[in-house]
Design a protein around this ligand. Structure first.
Ligand SMILES: C[S@@+](CC[C@H](N)C(=O)[O-])C[C@H]1O[C@@H](n2cnc3c(N)ncnc32)[C@H](O)[C@@H]1O
Length: 333
């Protein structure tokens, strides 16, 4: 099977990462290695650690990266495990980290993987086939309340309660198995077009996928690890595809780039805040019309990037010394 995935925001991502001339690059979402192969081509002295939780993606990436195999190491893992994986190959730090989060086109386009409501397939949605819980397991065993929470919180679906109720009622007849059946049920509840003109099942399928793969926890756990793993001056670039993920990246980057997090009314800074990142992108980079025309999946992509400062994370400064006048932090008193 050929692995067809068009990397999004390729030029912009490569520019940002190549800009710090990294010797060690960690790609936590290797996929078909679209970004990584471009980086290795551009940076002949760089070595890559490529991580993906999907065995099919790793096989495709190995093929694509064959010309660079003497400078690549590929590992099946989740990106929240990046520190352990890097340490295992003897890396205690890296100079660049890329996370291009979400699903690849082959995952979506292969009906047997169960990610798509457009074609019929089993309700699977696991990025790693060895994981224990499928979408069908969640649909068949969760309480109505839990289903409502998943669909509302991870799908931002206004009709979460009605959908959850219909899912539970329908499973009294027989267990959930097929993507088409779920898509039809959601369409019956939501109506033909949902609130943003998206196909009606979009939000429910996104919610289940996030729940099956613990996608938000993965990101929340990975970002602090990534910041610790980066060498001073190293760069992190994250591409997200929906607002829940983008919010996590934006808030983490902003917090890590802040020099002080004391309440605004405090006359003196007492927070000992260590600035671990400098923002490279104040606003996210998005795809232009040409890219979206060629690859509609790029339309919701957002790229944020930041540079690791020289500040050691674990070194706590002496409390007395760090009680600095807030004007030093560029804050209004
Ligand atoms: C959008 S694709 C990446 C495409 C890649 N940048 C390229 O150019 O071909 C996302 C990939 O990340 C993987 N993935 C998603 N979440 C992951 C996680 N928490 N840990 C490891 N891999 C993950 C998916 O299996 C998928 O292969």
């Amino acid at each position: 099977m050929t692995f067809q995935h068009q990397p999004v925001l390729l030029g912009q991502t490569v520019e940002i990462i190549a800009g710090c001339n990294p010797a060690r690059i960690l790609d936590g979402t290797l996929g078909g290695a679209g970004h990584s192969s471009e980086l290795l081509k551009r940076l002949p002295d760089a070595t890559l650690l490529g991580i993906d939780r999907d065995q099919v993606a790793l096989q495709a990436a190995a093929q694509k990266l064959q010309p660079y195999q003497d400078r690549t190491k590929l590992v099946q893992a989740t990106f929240s495990q990046m520190t352990q994986v890097a340490n295992k190959i003897g890396w205690t730090s890296v100079d660049a980290i890329l996370l291009d989060i979400g699903v690849s086109s082959p995952q979506i386009d292969t009906p047997e993987r169960g990610f798509s409501f457009r074609q019929d397939g089993p309700l699977d949605m696991r990025m790693n086939k060895n994981d224990a819980v499928t979408a069908a397991d969640i649909l068949n065993t969760s309480t109505q309340e839990d289903l409502e929470t998943i669909i509302r919180d991870y799908g931002e679906e206004r009709k979460a309660r009605q959908i959850a109720r219909a899912i539970v009622k329908r499973r009294e007849r027989s267990p959930w198995r097929s993507t088409r059946e779920l898509a039809q049920l959601v369409e019956d509840v939501v109506g033909f077009k949902n609130q943003h003109g998206l196909p009606p099942a979009t939000r429910t399928f996104q919610a289940l996928r996030i729940a099956v793969n613990h996608e938000l926890e993965e990101l929340e756990n990975a970002l602090p690890s990534a910041i610790r793993l980066l060498s001073p001056g190293g760069v992190i670039a994250v591409i997200t595809f929906h607002s829940l993920e983008d919010r996590i990246v934006k808030q983490t980057f902003q917090h890590e780039a802040a020099t002080c997090v004391c309440p605004p009314k405090m006359p003196l800074c007492t927070c000992n805040k260590i600035q671990t990142l400098e923002l490279i992108t104040k606003k996210p980079i998005t795809a232009d019309e040409d890219e979206i025309r060629l690859n509609p999946r790029a339309s919701c992509a957002k790229l944020r990037a930041a540079r690791r400062t020289n500040q050691p994370i674990d070194k706590k400064t002496d409390n007395q010394e760090s009680i600095t006048n807030k004007s030093n932090h560029g804050r209004q008193q």
